[in-house]
Unconditional design. Structure first.
Length: 73
């Protein structure tokens, strides 16, 4: 994921959707190629601060969509 730093940051700033994680974390999702998505798992410490836990690429969009969608509703 080292080559995707810009994509990771952009996904948190302008996600396609945000889903709820299992332990209070958030999953920001964005399509980077047709059928290929980047998922960034992060926590918000406050409105201005937070940290990224991990990020990964997936083509399994339907699996991500099974989670509770927080934004947009």
């Amino acid at each position: 994921m080292a080559g995707y730093l810009h994509d990771v940051l952009e996904t948190v700033q302008e996600p396609l959707a945000i889903f709820e994680g299992n332990s209070g974390e958030l999953l920001a999702a964005r399509e980077i190629e047709t059928g290929k998505f980047i998922i960034v798992v992060y926590r918000e410490a406050s409105e201005e601060d937070g940290f990224i836990i991990t990020a990964f690429l997936t083509k399994r969009w339907k699996q991500i969509q099974r989670r509770k969608k927080l934004w947009p509703q």
